[in-house]
Write a protein that binds this ligand. Structure first.
Ligand code: 5AD
Ligand code: SF4
Length: 442
């Protein structure tokens, strides 16, 4: 029995994909191993969203090539870097012999056949397959080879938004949604395996669209269907959402489900920039005013909602004034948490042609100042929870401490061993770093 090892980089979509890959290989008679040295097939599931992620994966690939000299094994590169690496192989920028095959995010079904073929023709040149078909892996239940009560369900793949900085539409292809029936089947499967907190995943979940029995079903319909089928399901969550597709009607639907305790009271809503000029260049299709109105309405309906975001500094042509506009939005909205990035130039994207670029030192300075502002806000927002009580669902117990999620999806620590999957009531007594620390009161 051939053994395989997977190392996954990048976002939760990739984590979810690694479980699809696992299922495909397990069904074909392979065995998953956690130790790279034991493996006959080493798979690197890559991310291309920023250059930094790409560099880390490349570093790993280079360091693996020495392993191939010691034993007969295959190295396969999967995921979002497959397209760029294929082009670099063809134009001779990348030396051959670093890996045996490259498979894009829609080509994972081919894995068993490719592995078999490569073992037979071990000395052959690398194979590269970047399929462009409308793959959704709808019929493949993900493998459960991880502990805990959190499960992930990919509801759609690809992206049609073409934000001008983003490589995703070029490496993950066009947007396509899975049928509701297959999503329901997967949730059912995860619940039967003990998962309790389910996250729906997609590059833009609000773009979910599927035609079933002649009717177009959107994201709101998907939520209705899920809660009809699983009436006791609580703390569903979804990632990621595009502000342009968040209608006021959808805000009302989501808030109602949050009030009923079915959805986490958290929305991740990437703002990217607070400057209308930059938002336009980014092709984001909303203004700072529209974004603000939506968040305001959400907070009116759910005052305790946690709003998280993604922000990019140093997009080409970004002036001090544009950057100030981002800081101003951050101060005004008071995000509970933000992922903050320096603009990173990516292949194929439109922003490559936008000049002038912002200098590296300026980008670094802007990022550091933004992080420091947001860190203060994150800490202050968490401090507001002190002396208040919340239900908590425990997700992990380690070193005599328990980690759990609050209804706003924030993580909190209780300094005693509790039962994973069980709910307790805690009072937040202090904030350690950014982490709320709680004591059980019930
Ligand atoms: N440079 C910097 N950040 C980027 N992101 C996507 N593409 C880039 C890029 N080229 C960020 C966006 C997105 C998150 C997943 O990654 O903020 O929301
Ligand atoms: Fe990239 Fe924009 Fe699509 Fe998000 S919505 S994956 S940032 S193109």
């Amino acid at each position: 029995m051939k053994k395989y090892f997977i190392k996954t980089y990048g976002c939760q979509m990739n984590q979810a994909d690694s479980l699809v890959v696992s299922r495909i290989l397990d069904e074909a008679g392979f065995k998953n191993v956690k130790n790279l040295k034991e493996a006959d097939v080493i798979l690197i599931l890559t991310c291309a969203v920023r250059e930094h992620a790409e560099r880390r994966a490349l570093g790993q690939i280079f360091s693996l090539s020495s392993l191939k000299k010691k034993k007969r094994c295959l190295i396969g590169i999967l995921g979002c870097m497959a397209r760029t690496l294929k082009e670099r192989l063809i134009d001779g920028c990348l030396k051959e012999g670093l890996f045996d095959f490259l498979l894009g995010p829609d080509a994972y079904r081919r894995l068993p056949e490719i592995i078999e073929n490569k073992f037979k023709n071990y000395e052959d040149r690398p194979i590269a397959i970047i399929e462009e078909e409308k793959e959704t892996y709808s019929d493949i239940l993900p493998q459960i080879n991880y502990e805990g009560i959190e499960g992930f369900v990919t509801i759609m793949r690809g992206c049609d938004n073409f934000c001008s900085y983003c490589i995703v539409p070029y490496v993950r292809g066009r947007e396509r949604s899975r049928p509701i029936s297959s999503i329901i089947k997967e949730i059912d499967f995860l619940l039967s395996k003990g998962k309790k907190l389910i996250t729906l995943l997609g590059q833009n979940v609000f773009g979910y669209k599927n035609i079933e029995n002649g009717r177009i079903l959107n994201f709101a319909d998907l939520l209705t269907n899920i809660f009809e089928k699983f009436s006791n399901l609580k703390y569903l969550h979804f990632l990621t959402s595009h502000p342009k597709d968040l209608s006021f009607e959808l805000i009302e639907k989501i808030s109602k489900l949050m009030k009923e305790g079915k959805l986490f009271k958290e929305l991740h809503l990437p703002l990217q920039s607070g400057s209308n000029r930059i938002l336009k260049l980014m092709n984001r299709k909303y203004t700072r005013e529209e974004y603000y109105e939506k968040v305001k309405y959400l907070k009116e309906l759910i005052p305790e909602i946690s709003i998280t975001t993604d922000l990019i500094v140093g997009f080409p042509t970004e002036t001090e004034e544009d950057y100030e506009a981002t800081l101003e939005m951050v101060r005004k909205i008071e995000f509970d948490f933000a992922y903050m990035f320096k603009y990173s130039e990516r292949p194929y994207t439109k922003a490559r042609e936008i000049f002038p670029k912002v200098e590296e030192e300026v980008k670094q300075e802007r990022l550091e100042k933004l992080i420091s502002l947001q860190n203060d806000i994150t800490k202050r927002k968490n401090e507001e929870m002190i002396n208040k009580s919340y239900p908590i669902i425990i997700i992990k117990v380690q070193n005599k401490e328990s980690l759990g999620r609050l209804p706003n999806n924030k993580l909190a620590v209780v300094k005693e061993e509790l039962e994973v999957g069980k709910e307790y009531i805690i009072k937040i007594i202090k904030i350690d770093g950014w982490t709320p620390i709680g004591e059980i009161i019930k």
